[in-house]
Design a protein around this ligand. Structure first.
Ligand code: SF4
Length: 438
């Protein structure tokens, strides 16, 4: 970022943002200070503006809607709402370890503990208690993939007294060729999408502009196409991008899907990958090992993947969130737009693989290992992620038996550096890569 741009963003962050946005402001200033050392690309711009949009919405009296990481905000954007993905707060604090005092406060309040409820949500409970977390005007959640979201949103609602709406996510497949196909799935999801729109119209006293909705879904499609092409480019050997690149796509789609910003950010990342292949540039020079990471990152340690790259010349191709699999859809009619929203919910990162039968996740891992020529899988298992415990073990067995590829699974809290330390994690990965894989 050049000096002029840095000064512009610094200036935009001045003044009081209000007590409930005080930590939000700390995160914003931390982000632009970090970004100062980086190229000012569309992803950095999108993320910096995301912080400011919430502040501006507050000033302008524009409704803010909070939702979890498992949903795309396109519909909210089409309805002129300001989306706020909860995890940008609770998880965004983790690299700075600023979430840990709020995990402790949440513990003292008696709302769960680390092995039972996830720390991707719990920090905001303690932060609400202290009055330093953003209070939205509306809340929305779907209960998949985990009970942690379902429980926590009820607590958020009690603490903030904000109206909320929830959408059920069914178990079965909508693809007729899938053995778990159920013909009712799409109709069920479309009905719920319409119910959500009805609720939003009632709460915000406005009608959905159908033309704007369709335009928004066209932008969703453009971004999805970019991500699809990016995911294909990562099959190249050597992988053209470093380990964290795919996560940018998830961030773009989970926070900005349906905006021109998401189209630009995903295009930028896709073009980088294509350019690197053309120029013979590898994400990790002299790539030796290709790792599948079919689970989430260790969010408190942003240096872990660069350490893996440097120490073992190993690239982590995509994590489960970065592996955004939603395809572009036909959005030529409004009814098709509803269907596209519905399929986006069912197939979203981690939701499509973890919302039903174990076979969904097992097939995901098998295809991932085959398609990306993977040498090893690493799964850092979040203690509270109960739905994933069993399926990761079964999937690891299937990958070993059918493809001869080993997997490392270990317990960890990806959001709290005090549970399993970086040193312990590195020792486990080091032992696995040197003694089993290399
Ligand atoms: S890590 Fe597991 S428990 Fe935590 S938010 Fe994600 S899916 Fe839910």
């Amino acid at each position: 970022m050049d000096d002029e741009t840095y000064r512009k963003y610094k200036k935009l962050g001045r003044g009081s943002w209000g007590k409930d946005l005080s930590l939000w402001k700390t995160m914003y200033l931390g982000f632009i200070n970090l970004a100062k050392e980086e190229e000012f690309n569309p992803f950095v711009e999108m993320f910096a503006n995301m912080f400011l949009r919430v502040v501006n919405a507050r000033k302008e009296g524009k409704p803010i809607i909070m939702y979890p990481f498992n949903f795309e905000p396109a519909l909210f954007i089409a309805m002129n709402l300001t989306p706020l993905m909860q995890e940008t707060f609770s998880v965004g604090l983790a690299p700075l370890k600023l979430n840990e005092p709020y995990i402790d406060i949440t513990n003292k309040m008696g709302y769960g503990d680390t092995p039972t409820l996830c720390n991707a949500q719990r920090p905001i409970v303690g932060a609400y208690k202290q009055g330093v977390a953003p209070i939205p005007d509306l809340m929305f959640f779907t209960p998949t993939p985990c009970n942690a979201i379902t429980m926590s949103y009820q607590v958020f609602q009690q603490l903030t007294d904000v109206p909320y709406f929830t959408m059920d996510v069914p178990y079965w497949a909508y693809d007729q060729l899938n053995e778990f196909y159920d013909e009712k799935i799409i109709d069920y999801m479309v009905k719920q999408t319409k119910d959500l729109i009805f609720w939003l119209e009632k709460e915000t006293n406005q009608k959905l502009d159908l033309e704007k909705f369709q335009q928004t879904m066209k932008l969703v499609n453009e971004a999805r196409q970019n991500v699809l092409e990016f995911n294909e480019l990562l099959k190249n050997v050597p992988c053209p991008m470093p380990s964290l690149a795919g996560f940018m796509n998830f961030t773009a789609m989970a926070t900005h899907s349906g905006t021109i910003e998401a189209v630009k950010a995903t295009k930028y990342i896709r073009d980088e990958a294509a350019e690197n292949i053309k120029s013979g540039i590898a994400g990790v020079p002299d790539e030796k090992v290709r790792i599948a990471w079919p689970y989430t990152h260790i969010f408190f340690d942003v240096d872990l993947l660069p350490w893996i790259e440097e120490t073992f010349q190993a690239v982590v191709i995509l994590d489960i969130l970065g592996y955004y699999p939603v395809l572009p859809h036909d959005v030529s009619t409004i009814e098709k737009c509803y269907e596209s929203v519905a399929k986006g919910v069912l197939d979203f990162s981690m939701v499509g693989t973890c919302r039903g039968n174990a076979e969904f996740y097992i097939d995901f891992c098998l295809n991932y290992v085959k398609d990306y020529k993977i040498d090893a899988m690493i799964i850092p298992m979040q203690f509270a992620c109960k739905h994933a415990y069993a399926i990761t073990r079964i999937a690891a067995e299937a990958v070993r038996e059918q493809l001869g590829i080993p997997t490392l699974i270990f317990g960890v809290d990806p959001y709290d550096s005090r549970e399993v330390t970086s040193e312990t994690i590195k020792a486990k990965i080091s032992e696995f890569l040197t003694q089993v894989v290399l």
